[in-house]
Design a protein around this ligand. Structure first.
Ligand code: ADP
Ligand code: MG
Length: 309
């Protein structure tokens, strides 16, 4: 089931939290919703899950409108809100049974669904404990189990790994990836490595607006715009090499490499590459070219570039 958001806007007083955004998530896709704190991620998710009425715009889950068919939409969505609110006095199994009943899971299949969720979310050892006795990672698994209990087609996960330790993060990511094969997943995070590790596509939001949409590779490609290679040249005077590289017609900037001694980073002018010229230069001077490696812009740089305004 697809998610379709069109021209969504939400204001709080004079503050525009979400500013006319549109995007789609296709069935089987895990979309990472990335942005700094206060960008509008949770607000968008609340509008998708019908917890909040937008000022303008439409949300569709499959053919159901969040505005007109809120009950249908809720039935098809599993939602793990920010801060994972749970009834912490309840034992895990009782809480999940309660959510299953609320979500209208037919009574005869509830027991079976509970067992399945406990298995999928790795809660066997914890199912009889009270929720407030669990570690944060296990609480998060209970949050995921409650979001999945009615077998929804669409999962909305708001910062699902916040506050977890690295092992717990790896486990939750793995779980989300596994679940994501069959469902439509929208996952928010302010951590870049997280969305890169878990998601097929990344949507970057800043100050309520979408500033980028694509795979990690797309974002890198779009941002670079110019070709950068690291070249390592041996048996040649460094200064002479530097000057000769700088004099090449296609070269924009030459810099000494930060991570490798005796190597240089050569950035070409937009729309060109200097690789052939560099090679020819070395052969003409009898310099030994031991390395020529294309350098990628780091996703962190792209994220900062897009969200630091
Ligand atoms: P994110 O989840 O990306 O951190 P939010 O969607 O929570 O961002 O918030 C977007 C903006 O809207 C922020 O500036 C936040 O302060 C504001 N905001 C969110 N919820 C409310 C609210 N209930 N009342 C007033 N302002 C809010
Ligand atoms: Mg948030």
């Amino acid at each position: 089931m697809d998610i379709k958001v069109t021209n969504l806007t939400k204001r709080y007083g004079t503050q525009v939290a979400v500013d006319n955004i549109s995007f789609e998530v296709k069935t089987g896709e895990v979309l990472g919703f990335l942005g700094p704190n206060g960008a509008g991620k949770s607000t968008t998710m609340k509008a998708i899950t019908t917890y909040l009425d937008p000022d303008a715009g439409e949300v569709f889950i499959g053919s159901f409108s969040a505005r007109r068919h809120a009950d249908e939409v809720r039935r098809h969505i599993g939602y793990l809100p920010e801060n994972n609110p749970l009834y912490t006095d309840m034992p895990v199994i009782d809480y999940l049974r309660f959510v299953a009943q609320l979500q209208g899971v037919p009574t005869p299949v509830i027991a079976e669904r509970l067992l399945e969720m406990i298995r999928i979310c790795g809660l066997e050892g914890e199912k009889h404990k009270r929720i407030n006795e669990l570690s944060k990672g296990y609480k998060q698994r209970v949050g995921l189990a409650q979001a999945l209990i009615h077998n929804p087609d669409v999962l909305i996960l708001d910062e699902p790994t916040t506050g977890l330790d690295p092992n717990q993060i790896a486990e939750i990511r793995d779980l989300i990836r596994r679940i994501g094969r069959e469902k439509t997943v929208l996952l928010s995070s302010h951590i870049l490595a997280e969305v890169e590790a878990t998601c097929d596509r990344i949507l970057i939001i800043n100050k309520g607006r979408i500033v980028a949409d694509g795979t990690a590779a797309d974002l890198r490609r779009r941002s670079t715009g110019h070709d950068v290679v690291r070249v390592c040249i041996e048996d040649a005077p460094a200064n002479e090499v530097f000057t000769a590289l700088q004099a090449l017609e296609t070269v924009a900037v030459v810099d000494f490499s930060r991570d490798k001694a005796a190597c240089l980073e050569v950035q070409s002018k937009p729309g060109t590459t200097s690789r052939r010229e560099i090679f020819s230069l070395c052969t003409a001077n009898n310099w030994v070219l031991t390395e020529m490696t294309p350098l990628e812009t780091k996703l962190e740089d792209i994220f900062r570039e897009l969200t630091l305004q």
